[in-house]
Each structure stands twice: as structure tokens, then as C-alpha cells.
Design a binder for this molecule. Sequence first.
Ligand code: NDP
Length: 331
Amino acid sequence: SREIQLAARPQGAPKDSDFALVDRELGQPRQGEVLVRNLFLSVDPYMRGRMNDVKSYTPPFALNETMTGGAVGEVIASGADGLSVGDLVLHDQGWRTHALLPAKAARKVDAMQSVSPSAYLGILGMPGLTAYAGLLDVAAFKQDDVVFVSGAAGAVGSAVGQIARLKGAGRVIGSAGSADKVSHLTGTLGFDAAFNYKDGSVTKLLREAAPDGIDVYFDNVGGDHLEAALFAFNTFGRAALCGAISQYNATEAPSAPRNLALAIGKQLTLKGFIVGTYSHRYAQFVQEVGGWIASGELQYDETVVEGIDHMPGAFMGLLDGQNTGKMVVRL
Ligand code: NDP
């Protein structure tokens, strides 16, 4: 197997020398194990947090060990009942070309004919469920709500905006980091309005895009985006606090939001969440979102980077906004 290890803990933005590519002999599966050839590796923002030596909801990656993460692959040798050669499986032994793992740590995917296996790392996987449960359960979305989502051209954000539209939002507004992404949101994904947060004050840009205020904010970014949403909220507004990517490479404490006290008078609900808590929603989510994909009502994008040696570059590119939709590495 060719694998990527963490060679050094990144200070600020990660760089090439923080990663090392190594070769490892895996051997054959023993009783109860399977050998998987990975087809696609997931590239996710939360991995940045695991590169720091701090306690979080996922433990830190160890130095000089292969990192882990979502992956989808094909069983090429099996010592386990229930999994056979050729089966497509989802597991967490990413950052490597091959994985030898207990069969119970791999979940067989009943693949939809119409989608690539990579969809199970994105729209039909963890990011898709994050969008679905975050919007419907955490933010308690209801019809006619005006919804604002940051990171709107990414894996989670693009699903949030479209689910809101399909569920009857009054208006859907997105922010993203380039003019191309902004026109993609309004042109292809059906957002009512979008802006490039690099064009000026987020508070001002959001006020222009949502002159009558917002009811729901799905936060992928934190910082000045959260501050802008607090200003824009209508009474009884609700925020699903999903991510704070503007802070993942930070070496100093954030300077925003400075207006949290607005939550009192506006009677806001600000609720953080972790997708794992909503795994009971998976079946309903796949049924509903899978249906929208099949009918063509919901679109999803993937940015595909080729080869295990480009996995660190894909990860650095994700933090830099080089992806539209889900970032994956194809092997
Ligand atoms: P994305 O596909 O959205 O990729 C990350 C995007 O973040 C980039 O494309 C970039 O787009 C944007 N970005 C990077 N830096 C900044 C910045 N300083 N300010 C604003 N935007 C920035 O990733 P995901 O969809 O996988 O994840 C989105 C968010 O959801 C992340 O915060 C992630 O941590 C969180 N998450 C949380 C989960 C949970 O259980 N709570 C589960 C899954 C994800 P741009 O060009 O627009 O800048």
C-alpha cells in the first residue's frame, strides 16, 4: 500500500513537508478481515483539526503514522463471511491505496447505478447527511424560511442550499469565495442570491442579498460570517453551527463575532452539532436526497484529484477553496 503519513504538525496553513508518502506491505486478510483496494479517498476540512495535538471530538493524528479518513473501495481478498471479492465498501482507512481491516469496520454499499462510488463520500455520505440533518433537525427549517448558508459552493453548503429550495424556502442565499462559484450557485444550483465574501464586508454583502433579514443561518465558516448573520437575523432566527473553516489554520483567537449579545433581544437559537449524532436519519436522508438526484432536481459537483501522491495537495487545495462541491482523490 502507498500511504500518506503526518510528518510534522502544521503551523498555520499546511505545507508539503508536513506530509510523507511511504510504502507498506499489508499481507493477506486473516479470518474476519478483508483487503480493500481504495477507489476514492475523502478530503475533509475536519482533518485539519486532527493534525493539531489538541483534544477534540476526534483524537489527533499521530506523527509518522498513516492518517485515516473516509474512503470507498473494492474488496480484493476476503477472509470474512458476508463480504466477497468485488463488493463495494465504505470505511475509514483513507489516505492510502489499500486497506487491510476487520470486515465489521467496513460497510457494504448498495450502489445506486446512476452515481459514481465517490458519491458515497459526498452527497450520499457524511457531508450530505450533515446538510440534511443540520438544516432540517438542528436549524429546525420550516417552509418559507429565508436561509443563508456560507461555504455554499462546497460539499455541505451546496446540498444545504438545494435542500432548502426543494423544501420550500422563502429565499436561499449563499456565500462563496470566487465569482465563478457565485454564478454557479445562482445559475446552476438554483440559489436566489449569492455573493463573493472576498468582495467586501460580509455584513454589508449579506444585507444587500437579504434586505428583509434571514431566519436560518447554516454556518460552515464562523468569524465574520457568523457576525454578519447575527446582524441579519430576524426574531427567533436559528443557526446550525456546523463548521468554522475561517479559523482552522488560525494561530490567533478570532476577532469576530463581536455582536453575540444580539442573540438575546432577537431570541435566537444557536446550536452546534456533530453529524454522527444524526446517524439515525441516514435511511430517510438517502431515500429523499437519492430521489432528488435520480429526478435531476438536486445537482452535486465533485472536484477529483488523481493519485495518492496528490492527496496532500488536494487537502491543502480544499482549505484554499480550490474545490467546487466534494473534494475527492481518485486512485
Ligand atoms: P467544502 O467542500 O465546503 O470545502 C471547504 C471550503 O471552505 C472551500 O472550498 C472554501 O471555499 C471554503 N473556505 C476556506 N477557507 C475559508 C475562509 N477563510 N472563509 C470562508 N470560506 C472558506 O467542505 P465541506 O463541505 O466538507 O465542509 C464544510 C464545513 O462543514 C466545514 O467547516 C466542515 O468542517 C464542516 N463539517 C462539519 C460537520 C459536522 O458534523 N459538524 C461534518 C462535515 C463538515 P471558498 O472558495 O468559498 O472559500
